[in-house]
Design a protein around this ligand. Structure first.
Ligand SMILES: Cc1cc2nc3c(=O)[nH]c(=O)nc-3n(C[C@H](O)[C@H](O)[C@H](O)COP(=O)(O)OP(=O)(O)OC[C@H]3O[C@@H](n4cnc5c(N)ncnc54)[C@H](O)[C@@H]3O)c2cc1C
Length: 399
């Protein structure tokens, strides 16, 4: 892996000598770099952290992929069988390191890109840390869907003096042993942290739920939920919503009495809005047995207490906000008119936004079929598009 010396090289005068810059060395950026390289195109990955797979290094300890090993591998390198079906966080990191080495990817670490602009004379100019200005024939933004921890703008939150952190900072249950913890938000992360806390000895765990989630078993009789996600992804939402209802009744017990009724909105309709189902890794049992207590949504904070939508006031020892992430793309590309009103790129995969040829995005959707799988598919599409449309302007590898 190269160190942060990208600025040292003078920019070539001819566009054909310019590499494709990939911003971010997570799975998405690495997959694209590999796909470009496989087409004989030079890709340089710029990563702000000191190593690849930074997001994965910072995830909580108990995390395992919810998607199968086979459908989570990036193009051109299988994950070893010894990783098991549900790959651990540490093995994901090992795999990403191996991936770089195996495909001889060109990574420059310790370089944060702040802004992408059109270069005079064609291509894209990147303003990066250390005063670097880098010109690429094309740019792929792979800075991650889970870029910036998001905390709702709750009234009274700034003055709340109790222990409060975003789930992004959660590592394990040890600091919470014997304590009363409120987890806010029931996406996959909130659900898993609540279970981890129960298993790790927290004295009380409450889970604040605004919108009841769809819960699916990670696998049923050996058939992973992800396979269903792949199969149904392109079917009409109304059909899938209708099919999913009786299946949910068979596989997931009724938890209404425990505060988790079945959702009104259909499974695929919700997934299309970005709320993928919660995969059960212990939540169902924990809620059913009362070890995780479901409470109403958080409305605000007052006098050292947490206010819930049903009027209840809680005084937990710690609050963990599993309230999601923002894409954080505004500073980087917001001025290029390529983001929608939710701050997401208007295109994905092999399409560049109108008026911004050579600018690609990967990893900014949350598909029910598994994000790693989609990142791999998009990598091929992006490389194909770069080769086709920018083929004359990009630097080719020798030989
Ligand atoms: C807890 C959790 C569990 C998940 N489990 C699964 C799963 O089981 N299966 C699945 O398919 N998906 C899963 N995902 C979703 C997804 O696969 C991962 O988030 C994956 O890491 C996304 O890859 P990425 O490359 O798009 O983003 P990231 O892995 O977040 O990588 C982005 C990289 O860009 C760097 N970066 C950001 N901004 C800049 C900048 N301005 N300049 C330079 N570098 C920058 C970051 O440091 C980071 O290394 C999970 C996500 C989370 C949060």
């Amino acid at each position: 892996m190269a160190d942060s010396t990208a600025s040292a090289a003078p920019q070539p005068a001819h566009p054909a000598d310019r590499p494709v810059y990939v911003i971010g060395a997570g799975p998405g950026g690495l997959a694209v770099a590999q796909a470009l390289r496989a087409r004989g195109l030079r890709a340089v990955v710029l990563e702000r952290a000191g190593h690849v797979g930074d997001s994965w290094r910072r995830h909580y300890d108990r995390l395992r992929l919810h998607t199968t090993r086979r459908l989570s591998a990036l193009p051109g390198l299988a994950m070893p069988r010894r990783f098991g079906r549900w790959v651990s966080r540490d093995d994901v990191v090992r795999y990403l390191e191996k991936y770089v080495e195996y495909h001889q990817l060109e990574i420059v670490t310790g370089v944060e890109v702040f802004r992408v602009e059109r270069a005079s004379g064609g291509g894209w100019l990147l303003h990066a840390s250390g005063g670097r200005e880098l010109t690429g024939s094309a740019v792929v933004v792979a800075t991650g869907y889970n870029h910036t921890p998001r905390v709702p703008d709750w009234p009274g939150r700034a003055a709340y003096a109790g222990e409060f952190r975003h789930a992004a900072e959660y590592r394990d249950a040890a600091p919470y042993a014997g304590r009363d913890v409120l987890v806010v938000g029931v996406g996959n992360t909130g659900a898993e942290i609540a279970v981890d806390l129960v298993e790790g000895g927290a004295s009380r765990v409450r889970l604040s739920v605004r919108t009841v989630p769809h819960i699916v078993r990670r696998s049923t009789a050996g058939w992973p939920a992800q396979y269903n996600g792949v199969l149904i992804r392109r079917l009409p939402a109304r059909l899938v919503d209708r099919m999913a209802r009786p299946l949910a009744r068979i596989s997931v017990p009724d938890l209404s009495a425990r505060g988790l009724p079945r959702p009104d909105t259909g499974l695929l309709t919700r997934a299309a809005e970005g709320a993928v189902p919660v995969q059960d890794v212990g939540l169902i049992d924990a809620v059913r047995s009362g070890r995780v207590e479901v409470v109403a949504a958080v409305d605000g904070f007052e006098d050292g207490k947490v206010l819930l939508a049903d009027g209840t006031r809680l005084a937990p020892d710690a609050v963990i906000a599993a309230t999601g992430y923002l894409r954080g793309l505004e500073g980087l590309v917001g001025h290029l008119d390529v983001l929608d009103d939710r701050g997401r790129p208007v295109v994905r995969g092999g399409s560049a936004p109108a008026g911004a040829p050579g600018l690609y995005f990967t990893g900014f959707t949350n598909p029910i079929s598994g994000m790693l799988r989609e990142l791999s598919l998009d990598a091929g599409r992006i490389a194909k598009a770069v080769a086709k449309h920018e083929g004359t302007a990009v630097s080719r590898l020798p030989g």
